[in-house]
Design a protein. Structure first.
Length: 369
């Protein structure tokens, strides 16, 4: 097995358009790294440069101890699983799994063992004699993954492999891929625009935007301490609320203030409060930290005043869309207990869990605390 290192990697298209702009990323041996971001952020281009399917404009890509910039894809010891399965429709599942090994002149007995081992791991043994058209979407995706497994590569690459599946099958397949990573103990790099996939599957997540890396960390650290407002708004369902307001001082206490709230700031935030006194600043709070049980139990908890615009029952919990002063002009979202009695149009006050809040610089959008 091997790690992957990207050093100052760029991809520039005609007209000087940067798809990937000087990124540096180290993916450790046997790590499951997820590249996540919106469409056009450069994540798939990055994956394709690792695979050798896209030419690198500058920088270096290393797999193990080899720089592979000029190494053809077939010699990089990688296997890639694509979004569209890329199966041969006229061949059986067995033949699809065996095809790449036959091209490499593997012994027949070795091919048979590898194919049947992969089929057993993925639970597709009963379908080896079927053709792709006789399989469901999930079964086809298992075959595509199996075709990568039989090669026993140093690195597995996944390019949005679950995007064509229905919601239930996506949940099942992401569990299967996570179990596969544990069983094979190999390096995996996985591209997705779905932050739920990123949070549930990755050992670490690399969040990208406009060809730049925004943050690389474990899922929990990214969720709890987003590097900037983009990461805060992209990671999390629903995303973090970012409120726009001003820092004011009253009786030697600093407050974050806007028309819907007056939040006393912790003493530990004093240095930032003094710097932004009487200036605009952004205040971040996750939906589950508004109106939650812990906040309700604290009689002194600060409160948000807002009008309920939309109520979304989700089963065990309910999302409340509130009219509040956010930095992007959108609604604030609170995630509350499903049995909380509320109605659309109601003006309410919801306590907040201040210990979970963050401040962001309005110019750089980077986190302050």
């Amino acid at each position: 097995m091997a790690g992957v290192v990207l050093k100052d990697v760029c991809k520039v298209y005609d007209g000087g358009v940067f798809a990937v702009n000087k990124i540096n990323l180290t993916i450790k041996d046997r790590e499951f790294m997820v590249l996540v971001g919106p469409s056009g952020c450069g994540k798939s281009t990055t994956l394709r440069m690792i695979a050798g399917l896209e030419e690198i404009s500058s920088g270096t890509v290393s797999i193990g101890d080899r720089v592979v910039n000029d190494v053809p894809p077939k010699d990089r010891d990688i296997a890639m699983v694509f979004q569209n399965y890329a199966l041969y429709p006229h061949k059986t599942v067995y033949e699809n799994l065996a095809f790449g090994l036959r091209l490499r002149k593997f012994p027949k007995a070795d091919i048979d063992k590898r194919v049947r081992d992969a089929a057993e791991i993925l639970g597709i043994g009963p379908y080896l004699d079927r053709k792709p058209k006789a399989l469901s979407g999930g079964q086809r995706q298992r075959v595509a993954v199996g075709r990568a497994i039989v090669r026993k590569p140093e690195v597995f690459l996944f390019d949005e492999p679950l995007s064509n599946l229905d919601a239930k099958m996506r949940v099942q397949m992401r569990t299967e891929i996570s179990k596969l990573h544990t069983r094979l103990e190999t390096t995996m790099i996985y591209v997705t625009h779905d932050q739920i996939e990123a949070m549930t599957m990755g050992d670490r997540i690399c969040v990208m935007k406009d060809g730049l890396i925004q943050q690389v960390d474990t899922p929990l650290n990214i969720y709890d301490n987003p590097a900037n407002t983009f990461v805060a708004g992209f990671i999390g369902t629903p995303p973090m609320n970012i409120f726009k307001g001003t820092i004011v001082r009253k009786d030697n206490v600093f407050y974050f203030e806007n028309p819907n709230m007056e939040i006393p700031l912790p003493e530990a935030w004093k240095v930032h409060a003094e710097k932004f006194l009487s200036k605009e600043i952004y205040f971040g709070l996750r939906p589950e930290d508004i109106g939650c049980e812990l906040a309700e139990l604290d009689k002194n908890a600060p409160k948000i005043k807002a009008k309920i615009e939309v109520i979304e029952p989700m089963g065990a919990e309910t999302y409340l869309y509130l009219d509040a002063s956010t930095y992007n002009g959108g609604s604030c979202i609170a995630r509350v207990d499903a049995h909380k009695q509320v109605k659309v149009g109601e003006n309410i006050e919801l306590p907040i869990l201040l210990l979970k809040a963050h401040l962001f610089d309005p110019e750089t959008t980077n986190i302050l605390v």
